[in-house]
Design a protein around this ligand. Structure first.
Ligand code: AOF
Ligand code: ZN
Length: 356
C-alpha cells in the first residue's frame, strides 16, 4: 500500500456500481442493522449481480449478491471480478456468518467499500481480506453512504440501540379520550402494521401507566391473532408495581423485564447490555416525551387516524420547548418503503431527525 491516494481512484464502472449498491440498499428496512447493498461487476465493468440486506436476522448484502450470482455450490472464476458494497464487509459471526469468509470462499479478487464498519464486533474486514491476497479499496461515495445510515452510525457511536418511537394518534394528537378509552383510535390495517414492526424489533418499551390502564400483552401477532415467530423482549419502565397477573408477564418469547427507572438513557444502556439492537417505544405521553426530549429517537413512525377528540390524553407530554426556534425538526425518510403510506383510512408517516 504505497500510496493511499492510489487506493481512492475509481473507474466510472465502479462509481456506477456503488450508486447501484446504494439504490439496492434503500430497499431494505431500517433497524438494528444498517441499509447495505452490494454489486458484483466483472473486469470490463459489466454488472453480474445486485443484492441487498433486508434487515436484522436476514443474510447480509454480500451473501445475498453472491448467492444470486452463484446459487449454491456452483463454481465460477471470479478472481478478476469486484464486489462493491456501501459498508466494509463484516468480519464476525453475528446473526449470520462473516461476509469476509463468503467473499473469500467465492474467490472474488477485488473489494470496494464506502466506509469502515464502526461496530467493533464486526470491524476488521479489510484486513482479513487483504491477508487473503484480495485487492481492497475504500472511500468511494463515503458521504452518501454515511448519510444513508446516519442514525445507525449515531446509535453505534453512542453504544446504544437504534430507537423507533411509534405513535398511534388522532389528527389532534390524542392517544386516548378524556375517559381513558383508546380501543381503537387507528384502523385494523394500522394495528396490523404495528404488529409487523413488533416482529422486527428486539424489544418494546412501555411505561407502568400503560400496563395499568391497558394491560397489553406486547406480543407480535398476525391478523388471525396467532403469534409471530419472532417476539420482542417486553420491557416496562417505571417504579410502580406490575401486578402478578398482568398480561405482559405471560411466558412465551424472550420474556418480560421491568426497569425501575424513569431515565431513557439508563433504559437504553441496560437493554444494549442485554443485546437489544433495535428498541421500539410504544409509550404513553410521558415515555414518548422523555425519549424525544432527550434526543434519543432515531425514527418516528406515526399512525394518523382521521379522527378528532378535542380533549383527552396527548401523544406527547411537554418537550421543554417554549419557542419556535427550539422546535424539533423531522424530515421524511424517503429511503425505505416510502415516507407516507395509506393504511385503510389512516396515514402512516416515517420520519427521521432533520439533518442539521
Ligand atoms: C455487512 N453486510 O449487509 C450488513 C452488515 O448480527 P448480524 O449478523 O446481523 O450483524 C450485524 C452487524 O453487521 C451490524 O451491526 C453491522 O456492523 C454489520 N452489518 N455488514 O457486511 C451487511 N448489514
Ligand atoms: Zn456481513
Amino acid at each position: 500500500e504505497s500510496a493511499q491516494a492510489d487506493l481512492r481512484v475509481f473507474s466510472d464502472a465502479e462509481v456506477l456500481g456503488m450508486e447501484t449498491a446504494l439504490s439496492a440498499a434503500r430497499q431494505g428496512v431500517r433497524g438494528a442493522n444498517p441499509l447495505v447493498g452490494a454489486v458484483i461487476i466483472d473486469a470490463d465493468g459489466t454488472v453480474l449481480a445486485i443484492g441487498h440486506h433486508r434487515g436484522a436476522g436476514t443474510p447480509h448484502a454480500e451473501l445475498d449478491v453472491i448467492n444470486r450470482l452463484l446459487g449454491t455450490g456452483v463454481k465460477r472464476d471470479l478472481s478478476a471480478a469486484t464486489i462493491i458494497v456501501n459498508l466494509e464487509p463484516c468480519n464476525h459471526q453475528g446473526r449470520t456468518a462473516p461476509c469476509t469468509q463468503a467473499i473469500i470462499n467465492a474467490g472474488i479478487g477485488n473489494v470496494i467499500f464506502a466506509i469502515h464498519d464502526p461496530h467493533a464486533p464486526a470491524a476488521g474486514g479489510a484486513k482479513t481480506l487483504r491477508r487473503e491476497g484480495i485487492n481492497v479499496r475504500f472511500g468511494l461515495m463515503e458521504k452518501e453512504s454515511q448519510d444513508l445510515n446516519r442514525q445507525w452510525f449515531v446509535a453505534v457511536a453512542a453504544g446504544r440501540p437504534f430507537v423507533t418511537a411509534r405513535l398511534a394518534q388522532t389528527v389532534d394528537s390524542r392517544i386516548a379520550a378524556a375517559d381513558g378509552t383508546s380501543a381503537w383510535i387507528t384502523s385494523a390495517q394500522s394495528r396490523q402494521d404495528s404488529h409487523t414492526l413488533r416482529a422486527r424489533v428486539d424489544a418494546i418499551v412501555v411505561g407502568t401507566g400503560t400496563i395499568i390502564s391497558d394491560n397489553p400483552r406486547l406480543t407480535a401477532r398476525a391478523a388471525d391473532g396467532s403469534e409471530a415467530d419472532h417476539q420482542p423482549l417486553r420491557v416496562v419502565m417505571g417504579l410502580r408495581e406490575v401486578a402478578p397477573d398482568a398480561a405482559v408477564r405471560h411466558q412465551n418469547g424472550p420474556g418480560f423485564v421491568q426497569l425501575k427507572t424513569h431515565d431513557p438513557a439508563t433504559v437504553l444502556a441496560e437493554l444494549y447490555k442485554r443485546g437489544v439492537g433495535h428498541l421500539m417505544i410504544e409509550g404513553g405521553s410521558k415515555i414518548n416525551a422523555a425519549f424525544l426530549a432527550a434526543g434519543l429517537v432515531d425514527e418516528l413512525v406515526v399512525y394518523l387516524a382521521p379522527t378528532l377528540l378535542g380533549t383527552g390524553m396527548p401523544a406527547l407530554n411537554d418537550l421543554g420547548i417554549s419557542t419556535l426556534a427550539h422546535a424539533q425538526r423531522w424530515e421524511w425518510d424517503g429511503t425505505t418503503t416510502g415516507p407516507v403510506e395509506r393504511l385503510g383510512p389512516d396515514l402512516k408517516l416515517t420520519l427521521m431527525p432533520a439533518r442539521v
